[in-house]
Design a protein around this ligand. Structure first.
Ligand SMILES: [Zn+2]
Length: 444
């Protein structure tokens, strides 16, 4: 999830700088010190959840738990899982009664399995987010104030006057925003001209979008565009996408893996290691199995350490991870533990008949009420089937809003068929998770 820079983000620079300085040092500290830090934060989050969040107040009562029972990360197993279903249905109960103190803002996510959710993010978690991005980007050579580019859609769609513009340069942040929706072979020259003009040193975006940018630039023989590092997020980076991006832009791809719920984060270093950011949240695995060389595979369960307006404890995200044993070291020297692989989160590139990659299918679902789950099936080159699992608030109006929204993002020339289905009929991956995207069309 990209950071949205707003003036209020700079209203507490002292906290951001303090955390940033801490994160610079902590990444080299012994593992037990890092776990000690997690537990220190945990002992702040648990009383907040137990005394101020109605959902947890009841849960702790029902299980006869007191905050003093949960002092170590290992104690967390005493708390039942929080599921996405719980978050959807008990949103109000999950909101702390003192949430206002933490300046909460609503945020929307469709997750990785096509189940829309509303959550709260707040000031402490914004400080974390800022400092965390800053540290990760510094692994690729970024220094605060360096010019950078972002390939994204949301900025342009939220402002009607910029819907059709290809880019926007924000001079105070030295940030070049490139519109991912309008990306096409025909207009690639305009993107190249904007990059040449503003000379960003770094670029951030979804790997499938950055792959298309790289591919179109190569096909158009714009071979003078390079960056110091490319930062990717939001989906698994396929090896062929990584190769194309790195070859085109003459630099490394540094991927990161996190969620809007802000409970965990994994960031990749220049040596390719995917490091678990222990300072961000507690990542645990359930349904664990041992693989070769001590690697553990399991479903992700995580606990937020910074979000106070809506803390999540033992939140079951459903993504499947493979984690290296704790003693495994990365050549970069950081002590943060390593993830071997993230499963799921694959997003096929869907090309419209006019050669434009459709990069933002899920956007219309983000804030529509009454949708429990959805799935896109690219059935034929010019036909997308949208499967919707209705919730209680689903009406004819919901359907109209979705169809209009989808048309805006998909454009003309592609047939969209929307069907309401039951949850059981969604196609699932080998881990049993519903897939947001299914493609039956060979990539061109
Ligand atoms: Zn490393």
């Amino acid at each position: 999830m990209p950071i949205e820079f707003r003036l209020r983000d700079f209203a507490y620079p002292v906290s951001i700088f303090r955390l940033r300085r801490f994160l610079e040092e902590s990444q080299w500290k012994p593992l037990d010190e890092l776990i000690g830090y997690q537990e220190e934060l945990l002992r702040r989050v648990i009383p907040q959840a137990c005394y101020h969040v109605p959902y947890y107040r009841r849960l702790f009562d029902a299980h006869r738990l007191k905050p003093r029972d949960i002092r170590k990360t290992d104690d967390l197993v005493r708390i039942p899982f929080l599921t996405r279903e719980d978050v959807r249905e008990k949103y109000e109960q999950l909101r702390a009664d003192n949430a206002k103190r933490f300046r909460p803002v609503e945020a929307f996510t469709t997750g990785t399995t096509g189940t829309p959710l509303k959550v709260l993010v707040d000031r402490p978690s914004n400080i974390l987010e800022f400092a965390y991005y800053w540290r990760h980007w510094s692994w690729g050579g970024y220094r605060l104030g360096d010019p950078f580019a972002e390939l994204r859609w949301d900025y342009f769609r939220r402002r009607p006057e910029t819907n059709e513009t290809l880019y926007k340069y924000q001079a105070p942040f030295r940030r070049l925003l490139l519109n991912s929706i309008s990306l096409s072979r025909e207009r690639i020259g305009e993107y190249a001209a904007a990059i040449r003009k503003y000379r960003p040193k770094f670029i951030h975006g979804r790997p499938s979008n950055l792959y298309c940018l790289a591919l179109f630039l190569r096909d158009g023989s714009f071979d003078d565009i390079s960056f110091r590092a490319v930062f990717t997020a939001g989906e698994v980076v396929l090896p062929e996408h990584r190769e194309m991006i790195e070859k085109t832009f003459h630099c490394k791809v540094l991927d990161h893996y996190a969620h809007m719920e802000r409970c965990m984060a994994v960031t990749q270093c220049l040596h390719g290691g995917y490091h678990i950011n222990l300072e961000y949240g507690i990542l645990q695995l359930t349904e664990q199995r041992k693989l070769d060389d001590g690697v553990i595979i399991g479903r992700t369960v995580c606990t937020s350490l910074h979000k106070m307006s809506m803390p999540f404890l033992r939140y079951k995200i459903e993504d499947v991870l493979e984690v290296f044993p704790a003693q495994r070291r990365c050549p970069c020297g950081r002590t943060l533990p390593l993830v071997k692989a993230v499963h799921g989160r694959v997003r096929p590139i869907i090309m419209s008949p006019d050669g434009r990659p459709i990069t933002t299918l899920a956007a219309p679902f983000q804030s529509v009420k009454g949708v429990r789950a959805f799935q896109f099936v690219h059935e034929e080159p010019a036909r997308i089937v949208v499967r919707v699992v209705r919730g209680e608030e689903y009406t004819q109006g919901t359907e109209e809003t979705l169809k209009l929204g989808l048309r805006k993002f998909i454009g003309e020339g592609m047939n969209i068929d929307l069907y309401c289905v039951t949850e059981d009929s969604l196609e699932r991956d080998e881990w049993g998770n519903a897939q947001m995207f299914v493609s039956r069309v060979q990539p061109r």
